[in-house]
Design a protein around this ligand. Structure first.
Ligand SMILES: Nc1ncnc2c1ncn2[C@@H]1O[C@H](COP(=O)(O)OP(=O)(O)OP(=O)(O)O)[C@@H](O)[C@H]1O
Ligand SMILES: [Mg+2]
Length: 499
């Protein structure tokens, strides 16, 4: 792809950007939120039409009419959200739209099942292909999407943040699949914000910034720090300083009295005995392996799920919330890990999405105070650096990371006493991540209590004043900032005690 330019409503998203990938090469594509990675990919696979520039594929000029046509021609794209059909079988999903027939329009089930199983076996996935897809984990579903992609005889497989919702073991399986593709001569373009993954599998990296390609390098020739600096467009010293500041600021100087206490909480079959407490102005981390009950505990505190036993006190009162509405009224906010399910309203503007929960407060006798709304929106766009054309832009047009920031702002503008953040920086680039972490710290120093769930140990260890560790639905350890190290927390996550 050479000198690709693309504007949306006069705002340039790509400016003479380029991208090259060789057969059997794994190319990393990195850049901050909004840098233009997904736009580049959508132009390649025919989802968008380019304004300018040229593309060649297999040595001939290339323009895809649609992602389906691109797939038939050998370019398959796998998105973060799997767009397969959950209730259909694994095999049906692989052959969706081109099922083998036995004559008289009858489906050749035996052939379909056998070929699907063979395909998946190539990637070491052994499942019953007659089972509905939704019975399997996200990782397996993603593998099915890849098998489908490969079954079209793909020469190039594009993965746009495929690992953001996978756990560590699942990521390992996906990375192995990528290596397998390479071994079979297939080229891969891999978009991810997780540097470790990129360094593990990629041959080269293309770095984008503000719609341009700023650097292409062999992975082995570029250090992580250099890569981040190129993404951010800053010099190395400044990047180092940024990291250091975020860390230092987490001293938690203004921690006040008790804000929340949860004792011996049990919910569903995952959580039996979770206890934690949060003080005003304190950032409390909740660590644990996938399935340890972190989200379930947080949801019980927010009254999104009913606890079966245990006591919660919030702000000096026993919390007898009937549901999230009561929790919100009392001053809690909950930013869930799944930004799609949690209610981005795609057709609405940035301003409307941002102030959705604040609407009652902005409305006087049925009239929306637009000036006030605009003031709030402008402040948050500026404060957390939401990259958008303006408050009236549709949120679906924003890059993934910027959508996440709008959702965070939705809760922040309610001025909550306690904010529960479930994976607050998932899918967010390195620069924005540091910004969001600093913002959380700043809010905490003004008295906000924060409960932060994160799968990234570094984020918890560096960002939290205290951490509670859950293991199999039970609180097994507590560390304060001074005693907290990644290895101690990890040990407690794995073994349930801290020695
Ligand atoms: N359909 C669209 N309409 C208007 N603007 C768009 C559209 N698609 C993308 N943009 C804009 O183009 C720019 C690049 O967005 P893109 O989604 O390519 O970023 P990205 O690098 O994939 O970011 P992320 O890491 O957050 O996924 C952004 O400023 C975005 O708002
Ligand atoms: Mg993107």
């Amino acid at each position: 792809m050479q000198k690709i330019s693309k504007s949306f409503g006069g705002v340039p998203a790509l400016i003479e950007a380029s991208l090259e990938v060789m057969p059997a090469e794994i190319m990393a594509l990195v850049g901050q939120n909004g840098a233009g990675k997904s736009t580049m990919i959508k132009i390649l696979n025919g989802a968008y039409v380019r304004d300018e520039g040229s593309i060649s594929f297999n040595g001939t000029p290339w323009t895809a009419a649609s992602p389906q046509q691109a797939q038939r021609a050998g370019i398959s794209t796998i998105f973060q959200e799997i767009n397969l059909i959950g209730y259909r079988s694994v095999a049906e999903n692989i052959f969706l739209g081109r099922e083998p027939k036995r004559g008289f329009g009858l489906l050749d089930w035996a052939k379909m099942n056998a070929e699907s199983a063979a395909l998946l076996k190539r990637f070491d996935v052994k499942v019953d292909v007659r089972e509905p897809l939704e019975r399997f984990s996200t990782a397996i579903q993603q593998m099915v999407a890849i098998a489908r992609a490969v079954s079209f005889d793909a020469r190039l497989v594009i993965m746009d943040e495929p690992t953001s919702s996978l756990d560590e073991a699942e990521v390992a399986v996906l990375l192995r699949t990528i290596r397998q593709l390479k071994a079979e001569g297939v080229a891969v373009i891999f978009v991810s914000h997780k540097l470790d993954e990129l360094y593990e599998v990629c041959d080269r990296v293309t770095i984008m910034r503000d719609g341009r390609t700023v650097q292409v390098s062999a992975m082995k020739d570029i250090s992580k720090l250099h890569l981040v600096a190129a993404m951010l467009g800053r010099d190395l010293a400044e990047v180092k300083k940024r990291g250091a500041t975020a860390f230092e600021e987490s001293s938690g100087a203004n921690i006040g009295g008790e804000l929340l206490q949860a004792r011996n909480i049990a919910v569903g079959h995952r959580v039996h005995d979770a206890s934690l407490d949060i003080r005003k102005g304190e950032i409390v981390g909740l660590a644990g392996l996938l399935g340890s009950g972190r989200t379930e505990t947080a949801r019980a505190i927010f009254a999104a799920d009913a606890k079966t036993s245990g006591d919660i006190t919030f702000n000096g009162q026993p919390a007898a919330f009937k549901g999230p509405a009561d929790a919100i009224k009392a001053g809690m906010g909950y930013c869930s890990e799944d930004r799609k399910a949690q209610g981005i309203v795609p057709g609405m503007s940035v301003a409307e999405n941002l102030t959705l929960a604040l609407m009652p407060a902005l409305t006087r006798s049925g009239m929306l105070d637009e000036a006030k709304q605009r003031e709030v929106v402008d402040r948050f766009i500026k404060e957390i650096g939401i990259k958008c054309a303006g408050p009236d832009q549709k949120i679906r047009e924003l890059s993934g990371g910027n959508q996440q920031k709008v959702l965070l702002a939705r809760w922040l503008c309610m001025n909550p006493k306690l904010l529960i953040l479930d994976e607050p920086t998932r899918g967010i680039d390195v620069g924005a991540k540091a910004e969001i972490q600093m913002l959380i710290r700043r809010l905490a120093s003004n008295g906000l209590g924060v409960l932060m769930i994160s799968s990234e140990l570094e984020e918890i260890v560096e960002g939290a004043d205290r951490v509670f560790v859950l293991r199999e639905g039970k609180t097994v350890a507590e560390f304060d900032h001074q005693n907290m190290t990644e290895s101690k927390v990890m040990h407690a996550m794995a073994h349930g005690h801290d020695t």
